[in-house]
Design a protein around this ligand. Sequence first.
Ligand code: COA
Length: 342
Amino acid sequence: MSLVPQPFTPPRRAHIVGLGIAVPPQVLTNDDLAQRMDTTDEWIRTRTGIRERRVSTPDIATSDLATQAGRMAIADAGITAESLDLILCATTSGDYIWPSTACILQQNLGATRAAAFDLSAACSGFCYALATAAAYIESGSMKQILVVGADTLTKQVNWSDRGTCILFGDGAGAAILAAGPPDAGVVSSIMRADGSGVESVWLPAGGTRTPITTELLEAGNVGLEMRGREVYRFAAERVPEVIMDALCSVGLNPSDVGLLVMHQANLRIMQTVSERLNIPMEKVFVNLDRYGNTSAASVPMALCEAKAEGRILPGDVVVTVGFGAGLTWAANVIFWQGAANG
Ligand code: COA
């Protein structure tokens, strides 16, 4: 009998069996931004890779996009909302400070049996939520979970800060996770955090530490703040590391990756990760040119589009990775099967 601890293999794994996406109809191009502030299409494209983003009009809140994406994922999976055990919504721009946006989703979808809560890990939110939901499924306590990443950060940016407002867009992506055989599905997840970076990218006002006051509003100091270069360096260093850790934990290496679905923050970050891990850009999914950084929504939106474009096939190793405020970062390794039968 071996005394060496063996990696834990649960009797079942979480499989992604349905995907959905939703974005608001209004498109804001780089040229539109150049008419409102001192910037150019060329600057934004060359520094970030973004060409346009979607922005919510005042009548659209995060739960509206989340509901649309959730409905699409439920239909794609061929299940009913009543069969869901849990709705887990990754967001940092929920409709209200409380209660959770997941509860609004539960009501909108008619998921009467489902528990519901939000998860706050900013742009790493979907990867954190995938890890959390997968653990519930592996434990046997839940069978079907709706995981949503949804954000409308264009409502939180400071439109007079050209260094940040050009980056963000609104959207939602959703995935149905279902219990399936243990030899496939979400086979590894690694979540990391470094609270020393709380102020690297954050929304300082509006919470209990710094409530919004008339003075803050008059000074225009109520939006998202970011130290761009610091965040860039953090991502370039930590993202390759967490991908390697997640792959190694299941005995894989970068050459096994069929598709890398990264948080869509900056094309140059994606190119750096691609170079460092020697994963060619053809295997890195990119849709940030059309949507910008949609925070927790970016990974599930990218997964949904990648699947629809035929970029993910049964048998593929798909790696999802997120990074953002907190600081937080996380990666998941998925042996894609596509349909649960266990
Ligand atoms: N248009 C034109 N010029 C701009 C500009 C804009 N939208 N925003 C900033 N600039 C200017 C700056 O004022 C500065 O000018 P100066 O040299 O005269 O002072 C110059 O461009 C360089 O600014 P800097 O902020 O140093 O640029 P950068 O090369 O670091 O690029 C980011 C800025 C935001 C694109 C880059 O730092 C980045 O992508 N960081 C990671 C951010 C991220 O991914 N965040 C999300 C994490 S979830």
